[in-house]
Write a protein that binds this ligand. Structure first.
Ligand SMILES: Nc1ncnc2c1ncn2[C@@H]1O[C@H](COP(=O)(O)OP(=O)(O)O)[C@@H](O)[C@H]1O
Ligand SMILES: [Mg+2]
Length: 389
């Protein structure tokens, strides 16, 4: 093992390839992620930062853990680039940035199969999922014939409810469904709607005092290509959303970003920083596999368009194999057990690997793209403030 101190920098070559920052809670992942975001911003990237805890709601402010900076050449400093805060959840968390925009996506923006799979994802719901795919596809076709491309899940349910027995049988390819299963299916669907889908906004029309009638209208859909700007961080607070709808939103975002990049070569490079990514892979088997396939495909095709993925994980072993094979750089912080870090550093001796249980906050074993050695490093803390518990 070579000893000595040398600075390691996250240059563009490392950054534009995919990476993982893995470590137990408190190991310093969020601080590293903040540094990755800073490196990307300095190189003109557009960053999409998924914020679970939340950790990144005050990035314009300097880090207040001043003691961490006493013997290093590195100062606390908030980001002075463009920061845009969004939220999937409408939990009104007190920790949320007060300028956050609630995200809205129309049900019509999804493929019927994708939507039905996210709604009926439990074991034993395969038939409901199949029926819902057929019903939503039929509804989508019906609307497209009328040149109507924007609709909500509630619109679709209304249409499904008014189908005659004969129409229903046609849609289901000759099959039939009892009234009881139909209402059970629609009841589940209503209980599982996502807060960020088909949002209704209430406008208070207060022009006539005492006579104001609140007006309700469908919120506009988020314009993803408009978010892709150089030196901009789009922070997306996930809040209480579950892995299920988080995965569905990811597939929407990744698809829109990819299309925008593919059709406009002038757009800046992109980094996705997906912290606490184990949540995406924790759903039912079917859902997990759908997310894996979606990410795998996006990681492969993203490379040529300068779209990189960086995942934050509580343990490296939470990363599915199909994603691991796409990863080029690994920053491994302290793990509770050596076993959780196995496969993280291919080629590492057992002796080296066993160090992962003794690393201090900010310390890591790294294998970065373009280098064939594993180094032990101490990362600088985040310059920007991280939201506290
Ligand atoms: N690079 C670092 N150098 C020194 N201390 C650090 C460093 N990174 C993190 N810490 C300490 O560890 C704490 C937890 O860091 P955090 O990044 O939130 O961990 P995680 O995201 O893994 O839970 C910080 O509040 C800080 O006190
Ligand atoms: Mg964290």
């Amino acid at each position: 093992m070579q000893q000595g101190r040398l600075p390691i920098c996250l240059d563009n070559r490392v950054l534009r390839h995919h990476g993982v920052v893995a470590g137990a809670t408190g190991s310093g992942k969020s601080n590293v992620n903040s540094n990755i975001v800073r490196a990307a911003i300095n190189m003109g990237y557009c960053v999409f930062l998924f914020d679970h805890k939340p950790d990144y709601q005050n990035l314009d402010k300097p880090n207040d853990e001043k003691n961490l900076f006493s013997d290093i050449n590195w100062q606390p400093q908030g980001f002075d680039c463009k920061l845009c805060y969004f939220s999937l959840s409408d939990d009104k968390s007190g920790k949320a940035n007060k300028n956050e925009t609630l995200i809205n996506v129309y049900a019509s923006s999804f493929d019927p199969y994708q939507l039905a799979s996210a709604l009926f994802y439990k074991r034993g719901e395969e038939l409901q999922q199949e029926n819902m795919t057929l019903l939503l596809s039929a509804y989508k076709d019906d609307q497209e014939e009328r040149q109507k491309y924007t609709w909500t899940l509630a619109d679709a349910v209304k249409w499904i409810r008014q189908l005659t027995k004969e129409q229903m049988s046609n849609v289901l390819g000759g099959g039939s469904i009892t009234d009881k299963s139909m209402s059970s299916m629609l009841r589940k669907l209503q209980a599982r709607t996502m807060p960020w889908m088909d949002r209704i906004l209430t406008y208070n029309n207060a022009q006539l005092p005492g006579l104001s009638i609140p007006k309700q209208a469908l919120a506009p859909e988020i314009n993803v290509s408009g978010l892709i700007e150089e030196k901009t961080i789009n922070i997306i607070r996930v809040g209480q959303s579950q892995g299920r709808d988080y995965g569905l939103f990811l597939s929407f975002l990744l698809d829109r970003v990819y299309k925008a990049k593919a059709s406009n070569a002038d757009l800046p490079p992109i980094v996705y920083v997906i912290d606490e990514a184990q949540d995406i892979f924790s759903g039912s088997k079917q859902l997990r596999e759908a997310c894996e396939d979606m990410l795998d495909a996006n990681m492969r095709k993203g490379r040529s368009l300068n779209i990189a993925f960086w995942f934050g994980l509580q343990k490296f072993s939470a990363l599915p194999d199909s994603i691991t094979i796409n990863i080029n750089s690994r920053i491994i912080m302290t793990h509770k057990q050596v076993d959780e870090a196995k496969n993280a550093l291919p080629g590492a001796s057992q002796e080296l690997l066993s160090m992962v249980t003794g690393l201090k906050p900010g310390e890591s074993l790294m294998s970065l793209f373009g280098s064939n050695s594993i180094v032990q490093g101490k990362m600088h803390p985040s310059k920007a403030l991280l939201t506290k518990e």
